[in-house]
Design a binder for this molecule. Sequence first.
Ligand code: SF4
Length: 584
Amino acid sequence: MLPENYFPYPGYRRFQDELIDVIYRSEQLLCSAPAGAGKSVSALCGFLADRSEKEKIVVLTRTKSQGRIFLREMAAISQHVNEPFLTIQLRAKQELCPVFRDEETSYEEFVQLCKLKEDCPYREKFNENIDAMEELAETIAVENYVEYPDLIKKVSGYGCPHLVLKELLRFCDVVVASYLYLLNPFLRSMFLSKLDASMDELLIILDEAHNLQNLELMGRQLSLNTVNFASEELSCDFSNVYSIFEGENSELDVLDFIDYDEILFLHRSGVEILKERLSKGKKLSYTFRVASFLSGAAQARQEENWIFFRQGSKLHLKPLFPSEAIEPLKEAKKLLLMSGTLEPLEGYKILYGLENAETFCIPNIFPRQNCAYFGIKRGLNTGLKSREKFGSELWKRYAATIKKIHRASPKTGLVFFPSYEIMREVSKYIDALCESSDGRKTDEFWARLRNKNKKIVFAVSGGKLSEGVEYTVEKDCGKESVIGSVIVAGFPFPVPDFEMEIKSRYYEQKFGCGRAFFLLSILPMLNKVLQSTGRAIRSECDKAAIIFLDDRIEYFRYFPEEIRHELQVCSAKDIAEEVRQFRT
Ligand code: SF4
């Protein structure tokens, strides 16, 4: 069947037919297309049309809500073509377990607790029902579940929901899971064996692929506090563990400080503590946490792509190059990396080691005249030199310029700062609704944020208000954005620290001179800016001014073509007037 035959809606969105076609034809594709372009359904149609019966589509997402979109689209496709597809979203064991529901328990502790619970009744029930899995798979495919709780209710009747879902994987047409199932080498072999498929029998969609830039989700850390708690928990000598924390920031080899037998001893002791606590209801052990981190660091010595280092009062274990983590996925029959903010695509090709991949970019699906871009000539930037030179005078200038722009715009202004610290400094001189640094948002905050009353909202680039948040109200024509302007109050470059220093050294070696700054600083900065500015226009009827209050205009050469061509660079005193004229 051709991809268009799977398409379940009456008409295509702008550029969507081209998008489906390029997805269908490409083996490896990097695609940047804004929210609302219909990426998820397009990817599924293109992949279903190119798939043979034994092959499986695997969709990797960062959040559950992103995963839910694919479940809904598959349900719509299945209904449209009148064919049952088995689509399963595999969520973490910890989330599905009906026995242990302790938010404090770490993932490793949870896995250990599950092992220790040998008499788990849900596991026993699953073992009794193992032969019923094929029939269950057929029923689920026919019943075409859209809502996850309904699916979990159904599978729970067959025992431990996680074990049932894992067992159903081999019957699946489409699996939605978190990135780690294919990026983490240990989970990958389990996942492939449960799928009963080899990598070349998979068609992989990596959604919101900009998230793979720093592989934060795969990293781990150990704090001195955890070791202090562990030494209170287990009366034995922790001096070797403490010695790893002593000294300057440095890249380390864990076995220079502690030998493997001692790590194993700590691990066994941690398991004993967990076992003892299991009966008393407390389900964590600091000794176990310390041991599991250290054994991870010892194992990572075999892997070239991992760095182990001391920074401040913490130890860190982190992957180095996204390209190495993605490398095994290049064996897949099809590989699609997509996001609304994957620009410049050529930069991500280098970072992700996909030099031979095709690229496809949809710049904007809404009328160009609905958006205007303004830059500032001089006098404002959040770079270190500028902060040292002007001190609080700089924050007063930012506040004064933001106020003027806000007066010139008829709707709410959303202002993104590079850090909470800068946001707090500027908020001393202007009355604004500020994002809280712990990410907590009360119902009242949401209600104020989303209502149509004009206001200034202060947020942080890369924070909770900059990605995946809709600032819209319902209207007859659909939804309407409450935002009239987005101000980027300083380019959000990552703060240089020891980790950046180590990575820069390795990146220069691997990618060549001068590339480290581009890959480690410019790409993440640009991604945060594009995520923030993407909040403004969410439908055909929306109109917004995007203002960059940072005079380091040399960085605009890395920005998407639309911004580079439409950008009007003005002086601080004219910028508000330009915004007013655009809005009238
Ligand atoms: S087998 Fe399933 S239900 Fe039982 S403890 Fe493990 S995860 Fe929980």
